[in-house]
Every structure is written in C-alpha cells, then in structure tokens.
Design a binder for this molecule. Structure first.
Ligand SMILES: C[S@@+](CC[C@H](N)C(=O)[O-])C[C@H]1O[C@@H](n2cnc3c(N)ncnc32)[C@H](O)[C@@H]1O
Length: 264
C-alpha cells in the first residue's frame, strides 16, 4: 500500500481500480462526502481523484444542477477514470497549482492523497483558493501507525526482521496521522476546521499472504528482503494478523479521519 512516489503505469492504474478501490478506498467515500455535506446543486472538485471513486459517488449527490470534476497528476489514473465514467470532467493537474480559478467550487474533496504531496500546506492553500467563501473542503487521511490495530503490530514485526527503517519504508500512508498537526496545517493554509470525524473502516485482502506480498512489493522493502526474511515475515504475519481473518479472508481495520474545513 505504501509507495515512496506515486508514479503509476497503465497496468498499475487498472489494478488500482480493480483491486485496491474495492479492497480499501471505496470504504472511505461516504465518510468524505458526508463530512463535506455534499448536496444537490454543488459544484464539486475531487483533488487527486485517482481512478475516480469519490467523484463517481458524488455525481448522485450533486444532481440536479450540480457538477463534478476530478483532477489528478497521473495520466494513467485519469485514463481509467475516463473509461469508467466518461460523463465526468477529468483534468490533469498538480495540487501545487490547481488549473482552476479562485472560488470556482462549492466543495473540494481529497481522499487518501495528502500524504503524497511534497507541500501539504501549499496543497491545502490551493484547495482553499478554488473554494468559494462559505464552501467546504474535506480531507481524509489515515491515523498514525501507533493507532492502527493491525498495521501497527504488523509493521513492528516486519521491522524486527528487516531493520528499524522498514517503518519508514512502509510508512507513507501514516505520516499525516495526527489530526492536530493537520489542524495546524489547515490554519496555516487559511482553512477553518469545523469538525474532525474519526472512523475505522475495513480493508479486505483475499488472505494474509496476499496482504504481505502486496505491502512488500509496493515498497523499497522488496529489494531489501531475501527469501529467508520473507518466509519468516510470512510465518509471523499469520500469528500477528490471525485474529483479523474471517472465513479465510483477511479483514484489516484501518483507522483514519476526515477533516471538514471551510475557507476562513
Ligand atoms: C492513493 S491514490 C488516491 C486516489 C483517490 N483519491 C482514491 O481515493 O481512490 C493517490 C492519488 O494522488 C495522486 N497525486 C499524487 N500527487 C499528486 C499531486 N501533486 N497532484 C495531484 N494528484 C496527485 C496520485 O496520482 C494518485 O492518483
């Protein structure tokens, strides 16, 4: 799940939509749209839209008279988004300089992406700039590793085998886990936090082995571990994650939060 940089091929973008969206990202869409109070008539922008799971769900809520636009840096993600929902407007763009004018939207959403942005405060400032006064900006992130009931102990175990910096290598997703730090960034970006909604949502994997290989292969850990290390990690993963297996499937609780904000 963790990647140092989000450079994505066409094949990876298809796999993202087919596997990762149903496994994990779809479960956060309703909390994000709820926090943003998305309703009929809203002009909505979904930032770092990926293959479009948030934007697609938003269409039903903004109808009638609303509109939905998705923007993402990565053309491969946008190509999948366009194929799945050609009726939505998809734009390529960097959150550091969004290709929209001031006050262009009522609502801006950003799900599972803030931890990839080199300048998160600058990104929040841009989201606020394109939102009209009195509009809403909702940003979702995952909680810190120490608050993750399954990933926390699992990463600790991997670090015992792969070395302490494994935590960092597996860590991109957890780096914005403290809502208080994010609250400060929002203030610096001119966004007033109106609510912090904490949630725990499931992530589904067909089995424990698939989860371990997915995590390791998505990070520089892949080049670090020999087969002996990997076998040990796999064996211990069954112990650490055993009580999250339901009918053979691994169901991992993921803790996260959505910040509801408004341009100050
Ligand atoms: C984990 S995906 C989340 C996608 C989508 N929001 C979802 O929930 O499925 C992270 C997305 O952030 C995008 N991204 C990363 N850096 C970006 C930037 N600087 N500007 C715009 N999008 C960016 C990536 O291309 C990728 O599609």
């Amino acid at each position: 799940m963790a990647t140092e940089q989000f450079l994505i091929s066409a094949e990876q973008a298809e796999a993202y939509e087919e596997r990762f969206v149903p496994a994990l990202f779809r479960q956060w869409v309703e909390p994000v749209l709820e926090a943003a109070a998305v309703g009929p008539g809203d002009q909505l922008l979904d930032v770092a839209c990926g293959t479009g799971v948030v934007a697609r769900a938003a269409v039903d809520r903004v109808t009638p008279n609303g509109s939905v636009t998705g923007v993402d840096l990565n053309p491969a993600m946008l190509a999948v988004a366009r194929r799945v929902a050609p009726e939505i407007e998809w734009r390529q763009g960097d959150v550091a300089a969004l290709p929209f004018s001031e006050d262009a939207f009522d609502v801006v959403t950003c799900q599972s992406a803030i931890f990839f942005f080199p300048d998160p405060t600058g990104a929040l400032t841009e989201m606020g700039r394109v939102t009209r006064p009195g509009g809403r900006v909702a940003v979702q992130a995952f909680s810190s590793l120490s608050a993750q009931p399954a990933y926390g102990p699992w990463v600790d175990m991997v670090a015992r085998h792969a070395g302490p910096d494994a935590v960092e290598l597996l860590g991109t997703y957890w780096t914005h886990g403290d809502p208080e730090i994010m609250r400060g960034r929002c203030a610096d970006a001119g966004l007033r936090v109106t609510a912090v909604h904490e949630h725990t949502r499931p992530a589904y994997f067909p089995n424990t082995e698939t989860m371990v290989l997915t995590e390791v292969n998505a990070t520089p850990l892949r080049d670090r571990l020999d087969q002996v290390d990997l076998d040990r990690i796999l064996a211990e993963s069954h112990e650490v994650l055993g009580h999250f297996v339901r009918d053979g499937r691994l169901v991992i609780p993921l803790a996260g939060y959505v910040l509801a904000t408004s341009p100050a």
